[in-house]
Design a protein around this ligand. Structure first.
Ligand code: GDP
Length: 610
């Protein structure tokens, strides 16, 4: 390999050879791969106008730029590809194995989507409660993020799995992370309201993912319900009801009276049977997706996973995202212990060493050691990518630009109780800025800010408001890592003021106090027409004229909000006096000065925004 010099340092030229690097690699990583000195690459990049240290993560474009210069074809490997390669090194693949002929039929996995308040939660509850088997199981149904019911179709018992996550964080998270779990989307549209923005959004997502849709026209018990209008409206979006000659099943339901629930379940199965051939290999090593993860006080990290293929068993060594462990127990939504979980079965897994994220994939591997190694490598990669993460999410400060693009500010509101959350949402909705800027609350809820909230915030650019609540566990870390703007409030009007100010593009700067100096009072002089002057010695920093001051006596602040109105050394007026020197300090009309008092001076400085 020729080694021409560049900027005085020799560099091995690649002559178009390919070198693959993970996203977020440093110049040292590149140097190692192409047999160069890291310093030479730093210099080369410097000549191209980029100042980067050898160990710093470098973004894709900069790597390309450097690559072009030194004639190496630098290919930045996507996280997905990289993960595939990582698994390959352990002789693993994520995906189906074997001959499709031998696979067994599996239940459909359903996600319920639709506009807020159209009844998604209520419908999921109604379905769960109507279920015969659930009633027989007798256990108290717990929320684990997904559940399975069994319904009868043509004398056959047919299970259906529902993803049951409030606000559908997990669907969004999975969408954001490319995991495909949903076979069928149930699009809920309130018959008394009609097609709304999130209805359209949901159906766009479903169509983009090529997932068949069953429309549940909900709230038909309500006065003013107009199910025919819903059918009409949806034809505009390519969803034509069967009764109008299309191929989408529309079912009129009421989540409140439970009317039509059985028909809805039938429609789901018929749609699945007609357009999907759902099969899975139950024999291979089990794999699937994490639906929900949390830290349980008693049981430690707990993850609800959906088995997609294979049969998950107690005792399996599992790796889920960057978490790993041995399956200690498998629990269904009734809290029953399961020995094994077949494809499309959601189960809670206890025994992981940390909490995986919704949308992480899981695999079962031969040995604990392999699980740990994969988890470790993924952790390292996340750290690297994090360092390289140049993407900046929206924050109130760069709202201006964002609004120019979207004309919409998306919010997630979490609070300590539903009353305050509603009150805050209501008040925010009343903010009027201009006609073409809108506020949208895409999710609200009671409780701390969770990882799911942050995931949701990532899928669209969203600002998260916490009212009397804080981010839980890994949520803070994730928010910081991804640059999600999370703001905490305990007074409603403060939140409103800030959002309003932000919308008006005049967010007030934040100030912080910066200490300037302290002086100890040695003597008090009475000066006619001026008042008391503190004969002092400066103990630290500098005392400057016109700076803000407070007076401290025996460790207690006696007076705040004072100003150094006069400052003298001997007979001369001065603007500042440094530590160790004596001076006379006049605090304007404030005269309550005693020997041994301490005068602290400070200024309010604008806080640099993070
Ligand atoms: P989500 O935001 O889509 O999850 O909507 P929810 O399930 O929280 O329902 C929103 C509101 O509509 C709640 O007050 C429900 O009680 C009400 N609701 C939901 N389904 C029905 C229904 O079939 N009939 C009536 N009358 N009200 C319903």
């Amino acid at each position: 390999m020729a080694a021409p010099s560049m900027g005085g340092v020799s560099l091995p030229r690649g002559h178009g050879q390919v070198v693959r690097l993970p996203r977020g690699a440093s110049l040292t990583d590149l140097a190692e791969k192409i047999g160069a000195q890291p310093a030479a690459l730093v210099t080369a990049l410097f000549h191209l106008g980029e100042m980067v240290t050898a160990t710093q993560s470098v973004n894709d474009e900069t790597l390309q730029l450097l690559g072009a210069e030194i004639e190496w074809d630098i290919q930045v490997v996507s996280p997905e590809d990289e993960d595939r390669e990582l698994l390959e090194t352990f002789d693993l693949t994520f995906g189906d194995e074997g001959d499709e002929e031998d696979w067994e039929a599996r239940p459909p996995v359903v996600t319920v989507m639709g506009h807020v308040d159209h009844g998604k939660t209520k419908l999921l509850d109604a379905i769960r409660n109507t279920n015969v088997v659930a009633r027989e199981a007798g256990g108290i149904t717990q929320h684990i993020g997904a559940y399975q019911i069994v319904t009868e179709l043509e004398d056959n018992e047919r299970p259906i799995t529902f993803i049951d996550t409030p606000g559908h964080e997990s669907f969004t998270a999975m969408r954001a992370r490319g995991a495909k779990v949903t076979d069928i989307v149930v699009l809920v549209v309130a018959a008394d309201d009609g097609v709304m923005p999130q209805t359209v959004e949901a159906l766009n997502h479903a169509q983009a993912a090529e997932v068949p849709i069953v429309v549940a026209v909900n709230k038909i018990d309500k006065e003013g319900a107009n199910p025919a209008k819903i059918r009409q409206q949806l034809t505009e979006y390519g969803l034509v009801a069967e009764e109008y000659g299309g191929d989408t099943m529309f079912v009129d339901v009421s989540a409140t009276t439970r009317q039509g629930i059985d028909e809805l379940l039938t429609a789901i199965l018929l749609t699945a049977d007609a357009s999907l051939d759902l099969r899975a290999n139950t024999e291979q090593d089990p794999q699937g997706v994490v639906i929900e993860g949390k830290l349980d006080k008693g049981r430690g990290p707990v993850a609800t996973v959906l088995v997609q293929r294979g049969t998950l068993r107690q005792g399996d060594s599992i790796v889920a995202g960057d978490a790993y462990g041995r399956v200690r127990s498998l629990l269904d939504e009734h809290g029953n212990k399961l020995k094994e979980a077949l494809p499309a079965r959601p189960v809670q897994v206890v025994g992981l060493t940390s909490v995986p994220r919704a949308g992480d994939t899981f695999l079962v591997v031969e040995e604990d050691r392999v699980a740990r190694q994969i988890a470790d490598r993924r952790q390292a990669r996340i750290r690297n990518a994090q360092n390289a993460s140049m993407r900046k999410r929206i924050s109130l400060e760069d709202l201006d630009a964002a609004l120019k693009e979207n004309r919409q500010l998306n919010l997630i509101i979490k609070g300590d109780n539903s009353g305050t959350v509603e009150a805050l949402e209501e008040a925010l909705m009343k903010i009027e800025v201009s006609d073409d800027i809108s506020l949208r609350v895409i999710h609200r809820g009671v409780g701390g800010i969770t990882k799911s909230d942050i995931d949701l915030a990532l899928a669209d650019d969203v600002i998260v408001l916490g009212f009397n609540v804080r981010a839980e566990g890994q949520a803070t870390e994730l928010a910081n890592r991804e640059g999600v703007d999370v703001r905490y409030y305990s007074v409603i009007y403060q939140a409103i003021e800030e959002i309003e100010a932000a919308l008006k593009g005049m967010l007030k700067p934040e100030y912080e106090e910066v200490a300037l100096g302290t002086a100890e009072v040695r003597e008090v002089f009475r000066v006619p027409r001026i008042g008391n002057v503190a004969g002092s010695i400066v103990r630290s920093g500098v005392i400057t004229r016109n700076s803000k001051a407070r007076l401290v006596r025996d460790g207690v602040v006696v007076a705040d909000n004072l100003t150094v109105e006069s400052l003298r050394r001997f007979k001369d007026d001065v603007t500042e006096v440094r530590d160790g020197y004596e001076c006379g300090i006049g605090l304007g009309s404030f005269n309550d000065i005693k020997i041994e008092d301490v005068i602290e001076t400070f200024e309010m400085r604008e806080k640099p925004r993070a």
